[in-house]
Structures are given as structure tokens and as C-alpha cells.
Design a protein around this ligand. Structure first.
Ligand SMILES: Cc1cc2nc3c(=O)[nH]c(=O)nc-3n(C[C@H](O)[C@H](O)[C@H](O)COP(=O)(O)OP(=O)(O)OC[C@H]3O[C@@H](n4cnc5c(N)ncnc54)[C@H](O)[C@@H]3O)c2cc1C
Length: 284
């Protein structure tokens, strides 16, 4: 299991075009080819003073991959700005344009990870962004704290992007320097009742309000509390600054990474009776 190269067809989008499809004084709608590097798009938007994706600065990967897991960071998700996703059904060759409302977006989820998994090639993503009166989202704890430290009281989209980049660079390992897939696990979403039960044993457990009376528990805190932060097992380990990230120090196989993730899952389940879910795709 997980010890051989992927045996199948890989299609990689190389197109990097960006077209303005609609514009008025307040809003701009752009269609972006799936091969564009996500962060390059964020930087292009900032250069044009278009707001909406500044909190998603420096997320590795392409525009085409962004809707797959509805990338999110620092209080926003890409679903907040997506208008439609265009592409082709790989089994029939039929072109389809899927409206955001039909993409079944939720936390790290979309139709592309379920019904359309491996069937739909995304050729472009259409986003609607603000040209003025930007909706600044600086409420995420780490972002708010750093902006306050920097004495930035009314941040611009540029301040938000710069600060997000600074925080990410200080906390997350650069995949070019050390192998990693970013957050390996999703933050578990639980009911208020479950939270109240957990608080009895763990009064300082952090949580964030989620939708429908549910709360999100930071998986990094759970993993750190189990003593995994900075721990190394052979060629793999848990990153020293961010317990959500599993790192490959050298030439570790998929099997070693999977086994470490299993140990972490088991420890968290034993301690908190919570089941962590992997955010990454596991390919056998
Ligand atoms: C250091 C680090 C930090 C990260 N931080 C975050 C974060 O803050 N928030 C977050 O949400 N994610 C984060 N990630 C995860 C990652 O950046 C995203 O999942 C990103 O969208 C992956 O892009 P990719 O182009 O590398 O896609 P891949 O990993 O190559 O593919 C991901 C999935 O999308 C599918 N896919 C890709 N392109 C297409 C296409 N054109 N059509 C159809 N299917 C396609 C693939 O088949 C695969 O199933 C992080 C990763 C790293 C390494």
C-alpha cells in the first residue's frame, strides 16, 4: 500500500489565461484558466486592487485545484468568490459549466471530491471580486493579532495579503525546502453538546463557531496536546511549528507517511474520542 508510483493517466492543465468577462464600477468578474498558479492570481488581483482573495495568499497549487477542496485560510474560502466552474466530463467529452450554487461547497469539500471525482476536468474558474468598498476580513485570531501588533487599524487588502504571507512563512514549511502537503488533517466539526463534554476534561480547548450551531476544533491543538508537535519517526515527522503538518525529511515512502498519520489519528481518538479526517488525498 502507498509504495509505488501512481499507475494511471495524469492530465495537467498548463493554460494560464485571465479574462475580464464583466465589470462595473464596483465589481469585476474574471475567468481564469485552471493552470495558473493560485498565488500568481492573488498577486495579479492585488496589483489591480481587486479584493476578495487576499486572505488566500500563498496557498500552494493551481487555480483549477482551488475549487476541488474549496481552499480556505484566515477566515475565507474560495467559494465566497466563485461564480462558476467550467470544464469537461472525462467520460463523455461533454463541456459543462457548473454554477457555484451547484458545486456543493462546504468546509474543504465540493462536488468535485464526490459525485464528480475523477470525472470532471476543470478548465477555468470564474470569480467575482470587488473593485472598491472591499470587504476586509481580518477577524481570524492570528491575523487580527499580527495586524494589531503592526499597529494597522484599518487594513487594506494589501495589508491583509502581506500579513497573511508573513504569518504563513513563519509557521508553515516551504514544500520546496521540505516535503509536505500542508495541513494533513481537517479540523473536526462537532456539536455544542460534544464541546461541553470535552470542556469538562479540557477546559481550555479552543473552538470556533461554525455553521448550524456546530463548532470547529483546531486539529493542530488536538495533535499538539497528544504530544506529537515536533516529533520525528524515522524519515517522517510532525512539523515543529505547526502540528497539522506532516513532513517528509528525506525519501520516506507514502506508506511511512500513512502509518504516522494512523498513529496520530489513533492517539487523538483515544484521548478525545474525536475522529480526525485526513485533508489530503490518499492514492493507493
Ligand atoms: C505548505 C502548504 C500549505 C497549504 N495551505 C493550505 C491552506 O491554507 N488552505 C487550503 O485549503 N489548502 C492548503 N494546502 C493544500 C493545497 O495547497 C491545496 O489543496 C491546493 O488546491 C492544491 O493544488 P495543486 O494544484 O497542487 O493540486 P493537486 O494537489 O495536484 O490536486 C489536488 C486535487 O485536485 C485535483 N485537480 C487538480 N487540478 C484539477 C483540474 N484542473 N481539474 C480537475 N481536478 C483537478 C487533483 O486530481 C487532486 O484530486 C496547502 C499545501 C501546502 C503544501
Amino acid at each position: 500500500m502507498f509504495i509505488h508510483d501512481f499507475d494511471g493517466l495524469v492530465i495537467k492543465s498548463e493554460e494560464t489565461k485571465m479574462t475580464v468577462v464583466e465589470e462595473n464600477d464596483d465589481l469585476v468578474t474574471i475567468r481564469v484558466s485552471s493552470g495558473m498558479v493560485w498565488h500568481d492570481l492573488v498577486m495579479t488581483c492585488l496589483k489591480n486592487n481587486w479584493g476578495g482573495i487576499e486572505n488566500l495568499s500563498l496557498i500552494p497549487g493551481t487555480v483549477g485545484a482551488a475549487p476541488i477542496q474549496n481552499i480556505g485560510a484566515y477566515g475565507i474560502e474560495v467559494k465566497d468568490v466563485i461564480v462558476r466552474v467550467d470544464g469537461m466530463m472525462l467520460n463523455t467529452g461533454e463541456e459543462q459549466s457548473i454554477k457555484a450554487a451547484d458545486c456543493k461547497f462546504s468546509y474543504r469539500e465540493s462536488i468535485f471530491k464526490h459525485e464528480l471525482k475523477e470525472f470532471f476536468f476543470i478548465s477555468s474558474v470564474t470569480l467575482r471580486l470587488t473593485k472598491k468598498k472591499h470587504k476586509i476580513n481580518s477577524n481570524y485570531d492570528a491575523l487580527k493579532a499580527r495586524l494589531a501588533q503592526l499597529n494597522i487599524i484599518s487594513p487594506t487588502i494589501h495589508d491583509v495579503s502581506r500579513t497573511v504571507i508573513e504569518i504563513r512563512q513563519s509557521k508553515l514549511p516551504d514544500p520546496v525546502m521540505i516535503g509536505n502537503a500542508g495541513s494533513f488533517f481537517k479540523n473536526p466539526v462537532i456539536t455544542i453538546n460534544q464541546l461541553e463534554k470535552l470542556k469538562k476534561d479540557w477546559p481550555t480547548i479552543p473552538f470556533y463557531p461554525f455553521e448550524n450551531q456546530l463548532v470547529k476544533i483546531p486539529a493542530g491543538w488536538l495533535i499538539e496536546t497528544c504530544g506529537w508537535k515536533g516529533k520525528r519517526v524515522g524519515l517522517v515527522g510532525v512539523h515543529e511549528h505547526q502540528a497539522l503538518v506532516i513532513v517528509n525529511y528525506s525519501q520516506a515512502s507514502g506508506k511511512e507517511i500513512f502509518q504516522l498519520s494512523e498513529q496520530i489519528l489513533n492517539d487523538v481518538e483515544e484521548k478525545f474520542e474525536l475522529k480526525l479526517m485526513r485533508e489530503v488525498n490518499m492514492i493507493d
